[in-house]
Write a protein that binds this ligand. Structure first.
Ligand code: NOJ
Length: 530
């Protein structure tokens, strides 16, 4: 029997790499696989256990790789198949797992499956995508909206039907009600697992099945101006259909054909629906991504509440997880500010559940302002001016203080923040008080203190804007106290010793009765056994 302690995706920390922006090795201004190989020693020093790569497959790059034209190749921009094998071997050599992005909801319109599907109404691949007749007045079959602006239906002159695309019109949705589609994607999964991949992060997994009757979505009574247009409707019939969970369980069965792999699902849903993706009797995703912290108001009350709601909603035996940043959302250091970014790091790495870090957050990278003529993101181009653009969180990794931060010898595909001169991995690695040093310490503590991984979560009362909790396991106890405000605060604690403070300056301090926190300070206290 596998014990909890041997399951890597429970005990470990996951690190997301956006390959275009991690490290360029050939001077074309875009990151690549050989570049990642060169940076594995950095990741090993950081202490993470697994890397998840955003898509690296052949793609016209209309959505920067989330529009795939060949599921089993490598886009030349990132390297070759041999480069991929070299990356897997090198990563495994460093003890790092590799998680790939699986994008099964849609392909590129340049995928041979779609080219065939659109070629005629009776093509054998026609039913691999979602084709519908116009309404009698010629308009789109339903009111479903694309997340990237406008109707989600694209009319195709050649055959007089519409096809459905939840994102760009260049990203037609596959028809997951068709067993041939399921089989084809399952084969893709097997292909990569045979190549040594340790699991998948599944793109928009809650989108896979759409309403069989194609009913219109209801309007959203809480829609407010300034929000993305698709939010004017509740995606009741276009996402999160009950049959989706069967599809997820099937994927899980494919993953389970191989030893020790992980299935992670991208799910943006309220917590009660999110946890459904663990599946009946945990037959679904091992980790449906928990994005609650990405949009939480940054105060102790709301974060305490959301942790409590999540913990209470988890099915028996389900393993929790937490995410602080990704390639779709504003950088945490800009959302909560530089000082609170350290507190956020301590939160992420001391909560109960697998933490996923987004590249660059460990060096405090900020959301980079992008001038209108530098915009790359199709979402910002289609839905401009309301702050949904994702380029600012996808800028090149800031490795050093040299030109282009050591990311490339060419012209970087997105601009760098001028702060890279000091806010870079090389400089921060030599500063024992830097945010990078804090991340290294937190990840290391998580490895050395089983209570941080396997311990229960116990909220602790604290006044003001302080979030406090204990993690308790096998007679061992740590207390984490996070001051989410800039004002000093204090709370009652049992006797113990400080193992880590966000300023990396209170190691070994004894506390008893009262713990004083500076503004924006987080502290981890090893409590003495009672
Ligand atoms: C979710 C991905 O995270 C995002 O980057 C992408 O644009 C959409 N899915 C469409 O694939």
């Amino acid at each position: 029997m596998t014990t909890a302690a041997t399951v890597w995706w429970q005990a470990g920390t996951i690190y997301q790499i956006y390959p275009r922006s991690f490290q360029d090795s050939n001077g074309d201004g875009i990151g690549d696989l050989a570049g990642i190989v060169g940076r594995l020693p950095y990741l090993r020093q950081l202490g993470v256990d697994a890397i998840w790569l955003s898509p690296i497959f052949p793609s016209p790059m209309a959505d920067f790789g989330y529009d795939i034209s060949d599921y089993i190749g490598i886009d030349p921009i990132f390297g070759t198949s041999a480069d991929f094998d070299a990356l897997v071997a090198a990563a495994h050599g460093h003890g790092l797992k590799i998680i790939l992005d699986l994008v099964p909801n849609h392909t590129s319109d340049q995928h041979p499956w779609f080219i065939e599907s659109r070629s005629s109404s009776d093509n054998p691949k026609r039913d691999w995508y979602i084709w519908r007749d116009p309404k009698p007045d010629g308009s789109a079959p339903t009111n479903w909206m694309s997340e990237f602006g406008g109707s989600a239906w694209q009319y195709d002159e050649a055959t007089g039907q519409y096809y459905y695309h939840a994102f760009l019109d260049k990203q037609p949705d596959l028809n997951w009600r068709n067993p041939a589609v399921r089989d084809a994607i399952h084969e893709v999964m097997r292909f990569w697992m045979r190549r040594g991949v340790d699991g998948f992060r599944v793109d928009v997994i809650w989108h896979l099945i759409k309403d069989e009757e194609f009913r219109d979505n209801p309007t959203n009574p809480n829609f407010t101006a300034g929000r993305p247009p698709h939010e004017a409707f509740l995606a009741l019939y276009s996402t999160d259909r009950p049959e989706t969970l069967d599809v997820v369980s099937e994927m899980r069965r494919v993953v389970d054909e191989f030893d020790d792999r992980v299935l992670i699902g991208e799910v943006y849903l309220p917590v009660d629906r999110l946890v459904a993706y663990y599946g009946k009797d945990l037959s679904g995703a091992h980790l449906p991504f928990n994005f609650a912290l990405l949009s939480a108001p940054w105060n102790a009350f709301s974060i305490r509440e959301l942790i409590a709601r999540y913990e209470a909603a988890l099915p028996l035996g389900a393993w929790p997880n937490w995410v602080l940043g990704n390639h779709d959302r504003p950088r945490v250091a800009s959302r909560v500010g530089t000082a609170q970014a350290r507190v956020a790091a301590m939160l992420l790495l001391t909560l109960r559940g697998t933490p996923t870090l987004y590249y660059g957050d460990e060096i405090g990278m900020k959301q980079v302002p992008i001038a209108p003529d530098q915009v790359q993101d199709p979402l910002e181009k289609n839905v401009p001016g309301i702050g949904v653009g994702r380029d600012g969180c996808r800028t090149p990794m800031q490795w050093g203080g040299t030109e282009h931060a050591g990311f490339t010898t060419g012209e970087p595909w997105l601009p760098l923040d001028t702060d890279y001169l000091h806010q870079n991995a090389a400089a921060l690695a030599t500063d024992p008080h830097s945010i990078l040093s804090l991340y290294v310490k937190l990840i290391d503590l998580r490895k050395r203190m089983p209570e941080l991984v396997f311990g229960g979560y116990e909220p602790v009362d604290a006044a003001g804007d302080v979030l406090a909790y204990r993690r308790v396991y096998d007679g061992q106890m740590v207390l984490i106290a996070l001051n989410l405000s800039g004002e000093p605060a204090s709370l009652h604690v049992e006797a113990g010793e400080i193992l880590l403070a966000t300023g990396l300056d209170r190691y070994g301090e004894n506390v008893s009765g009262q713990l004083d926190l500076r503004g924006n300070e987080g502290v981890l206290v090893k409590l003495r056994p009672q």
